[in-house]
Design a protein around this ligand. Structure first.
Ligand SMILES: NC(=O)c1ccc[n+]([C@@H]2O[C@H](COP(=O)([O-])OP(=O)(O)OC[C@H]3O[C@@H](n4cnc5c(N)ncnc54)[C@H](OP(=O)(O)O)[C@@H]3O)[C@@H](O)[C@H]2O)c1
Length: 284
């Protein structure tokens, strides 16, 4: 199963399409049960996701592989191992499948060699199986992949944001033997909204939206199936993370993922960072 579950919604009231706030413990249990019974094997979390790790630990994550992320390393490299041990405690697991840096500058910056040595040491000792970075732009990889033997990269990839493929980085990562997890298949849910409920702030990209709406209508595809098809159809992507606010949304995703339909073309993608990088949405 290529789908994996993102869990920021378990720890924070998160997302532009989220009308229900932070996911409640009972709903988390239902989401994890549905994930398990549909062979989803990977959960993605982060120390920065509020109490996501603790909620996962309380719900029980037996049978899942866990990927977590270290927040920006402001307290020096010596803080890495204690943070990882605290994550393992909260999650109730002996080892992580993946340990990522939430800010890739921690590896490309002046302390990079020391940071890598500590992460590689944790890998050698079996506390984590794979080490790597979470990125916002594939260009971040240029200062990392040639220098450090990382195992895993997480990057955004969706119908509007195809930089990972267009830059050539997906292929380069594959050749380098680096596993790739993608996130943001629905662009925080924006790609799934009916035109009449899309927030007005996104009206300035009306041509982009018309192209998307028209393509879906012509293809006879649902937005959710088409949006999933974009990362699922790339053989070089190992796991496609999806975020959900409810168990029902996960069921919708599981149904849509097996629909056979056309893949939205790369011509629907844009390089306009103000649209494809959600971190820039609030600053405008
Ligand atoms: N049927 C439906 O209507 C339906 C079904 C499924 C999902 N949905 C909606 O889709 C949402 C999930 O969308 P998705 O899977 O495409 O994931 P997403 O929310 O686009 O991406 C998840 C990750 O991208 C990064 N990101 C997103 N916004 C950011 C911001 N403002 N600043 C910095 N980083 C940001 C975050 O990673 P970092 O913080 O780690 O950097 C976040 O964990 C759900 O919450 C739900 O509301 C709706």
């Amino acid at each position: 199963m290529k789908l994996a579950l993102g869990t920021v919604q378990f720890g924070l009231p998160y997302g532009i399409a989220n009308t229900s706030g932070q996911v409640l413990p009972q709903e988390i249990a239902a989401i994890l049960a549905t994930a398990r019974s549909n062979s989803i094997d990977t959960l993605d979390t982060a120390i920065a996701y509020g109490d996501s790790e603790a909620r996962l630990g309380a719900a029980g994550v037996e049978g899942f592989k866990l990927v977590s992320k270290l927040p920006k390393l402001d307290n020096g490299v010596q803080s890495i191992e204690p943070m990882v041990r605290a994550s393992l405690d909260r999650l109730g697991v002996d080892a992580l499948e993946g340990l990522l840096l939430h800010r890739s500058e921690d590896l490309s910056g002046p302390e990079g060699v020391a940071v890598f040595a500590i992460m590689a040491g944790l890998r050698d000792r079996g506390l984590v199986r794979r080490i790597g970075v979470s990125i916002y732009d594939p260009a971040e990889l240029q200062a990392i992949v040639p220098r450090f033997a990382i195992d895993l990269v997480q990057a955004p990839f969706n119908a509007f944001d195809q930089r990972l493929v267009r830059s050539g980085w997906l292929e380069r990562l594959q050749h380098a033997g680096v596993a790739v997890h993608t996130r943001s298949a629905f662009l925080q849910g924006l790609l799934l909204m009916r035109p009449d409920i899309r927030p007005a702030a996104f009206g300035r990209w009306s041509e982009q939206w018309t192209a998307w709406d028209n393509w879906l209508a012509k293809a006879g595809a649902t937005a959710i199936a088409a949006a999933l098809q974009v990362p699922l159809s790339q053989p070089g992507i190992d796991r496609v993370l999806v975020g959900v606010d409810s168990e029902l949304q996960l069921r919708d995703i599981l149904h849509a993922a097996v629909e056979i339909g056309p893949t939205p073309p790369a011509s629907l993608a844009t390089d306009d960072l103000d649209l494809i990088n959600p971190a820039r949405w609030n600053s405008k």
